[in-house]
Design a protein around this ligand. Structure first.
Ligand code: NAP
Length: 282
C-alpha cells in the first residue's frame, strides 16, 4: 500500500528531506512517498486536519511550526515535551504523536569523532537557539566534565543552563569570555546561524586560543565547510560539519515512522552532492 509522508514548514522549497527520504524508501522497497508542504502560520490548524483526514502517516516539522504544532498533537514524547519543540510526528491509530530527533541526531553524528567517552569531555556550545537547546539538553544527560554555553544574548544562555541542563553544572559566557577561555574545551559546537549561506565569510568566534587536539563542530551544512571549520582545519584541529546531524535526525524520524534504519551514508552523499561537495565530510 502506498503511504504518504511529508514535511510542513515555511519555507520548504530548498529542503533536501524529500530527496533523502524518497531515496531511502526506494532502497528499502517501500512504496512510500515524502512530499514537502509549504504551510503558512495561519493555515497550520487546517493543515493538521488535512493530514489526519488524508491519512498521511507521518511528517517532519520545520521553522516556524516546531513549537506551535504541539497544541495540535494528541501526545508528545518526553524529550520533545521537555524541549518544547517537535520536529517529527507519527500518525498512528488516528493519533498524532510528536517527537524531537534533533538532539539525538547530533549525538549520533558526533560519536564517531570523539576521541574519548562523551562524559570525559569539556564542551562549549556556541549559540542558545532551538538547535543549541536540543544539543545542550541531550549532551547534558551524559554529565560531561563541563558543558558551557556562550551566546550573543547572554540571558538566553543562562536560561538554557537553568532549564535544560539535566542538573549539569555549566557556565553562561559572553562570546568574548568563551573566546579567551577556549583552551579549556575538548569539543566546541557552533550552533548559531553565523557563517550560513550566503554570509559565508562570517565567524561567530575566533579559534586562536583553541587547544591543539580539540574537535570543532559546526551544525551548519550549507556551506559544507564554514569559515569557522576552515580556520579549525588551518590550525590542524579535527572538524565535523552539519551534514551528519541532518542525516542522523532524518534517520531517527525514518525509524519512528517505519521501524527501519535507512542507509545514512547514502543520505549524506545525496546532501553533499546537492550542496556541490565532492566527498562526504563526516
Ligand atoms: P535560532 O533558534 O534562530 O538561533 C539562532 C542562534 O544564532 C542564536 O543563538 C542567536 O543568538 C545566534 N545568532 C544569530 N545571528 C547572530 C549574530 N549576528 N551574532 C551573534 N549571534 C547570532 O536557530 P536554530 O534553529 O537554533 O538554528 C541555528 C543554525 O543551526 C542554523 O544555521 C540551522 O541551519 C542550523 N541547524 C542545523 C541542523 C542540522 O541538522 N545540521 C539542525 C538544526 C539547525 P541570539 O540568541 O543572541 O539571537
Amino acid at each position: 500500500m502506498k503511504h504518504l509522508y511529508g514535511l510542513i514548514g515555511n519555507p520548504v522549497s530548498h529542503s533536501m528531506s524529500p530527496d533523502i527520504h524518497n531515496s531511502a524508501f526506494q532502497d528499502l522497497n517501500l512504496n512510500y512517498y515524502y512530499q514537502a508542504f509549504h504551510v503558512e502560520n495561519s493555515d497550520l490548524a487546517d493543515a493538521i486536519k488535512g493530514i489526519k483526514s488524508l491519512g498521511i502517516k507521518g511528517f517532519n516539522v520545520t521553522v516556524p511550526h516546531k513549537v506551535s504544532i504541539m497544541e495540535y498533537l494528541d501526545d508528545v514524547d518526553e524529550s520533545a515535551k521537555q524541549l518544547g519543540a517537535v520536529n517529527t510526528v507519527l500518525h498512528e491509530n488516528g493519533k498524532l504523536i510528536g517527537y524531537n530527533t534533533d538532539g539525538n541526531g547530533f549525538l549520533q553524528s558526533i560519536k564517531p569523532s570523539l576521541s574519548k567517552p562523551l562524559e570525559k569531555n569539556s564542551i562549549l556550545v556556541i549559540g542558545a537557539g532551538g538547535a543549541a537547546r536540543a544539543i545542550y539538553y541531550t549532551l547534558s544527560k551524559f554529565a560531561p566534565e563541563k558543558i558551557d554555553i556562550c551566546n550573543r544574548t547572554l540571558e538566553k544562555a543562562v536560561y538554557l543552563i537553568e532549564h535544560f541542563g539535566a542538573g549539569q553544572r555549566g557556565e553562561a559566557l559572553t562570546i568574548q569570555e568563551a573566546e579567551s577561555n577556549l583552551s579549556e574545551y575538548d569539543v566546541i559546537i557552533q550552533t548559531t546561524t553565523i557563517g550560513m549561506h550566503p554570509d559565508t565569510a562570517e565567524k561567530p568566534i575566533s579559534l586562536k586560543m583553541a587547544k591543539d587536539n580539540s574537535l570543532v563542530c559546526d551544525i551548519i551544512y550549507n556551506p559544507l565547510k564554514t569559515a569557522l571549520l576552515k580556520e579549525a582545519e588551518a590550525k590542524g584541529l579535527q572538524t565535523l560539519n552539519g551534514v551528519g546531524m541532518l542525516v542522523e535526525q532524518a534517520a531517527l524520524s525514518f525509524h519512528i515512522w517505519t521501524g527501519m534504519k535507512p542507509n545514512t551514508e547514502k543520505m549524506a552523499e545525496i546532501i553533499v552532492g546537492k550542496l556541490g561537495g565532492e566527498h562526504v565530510n563526516r
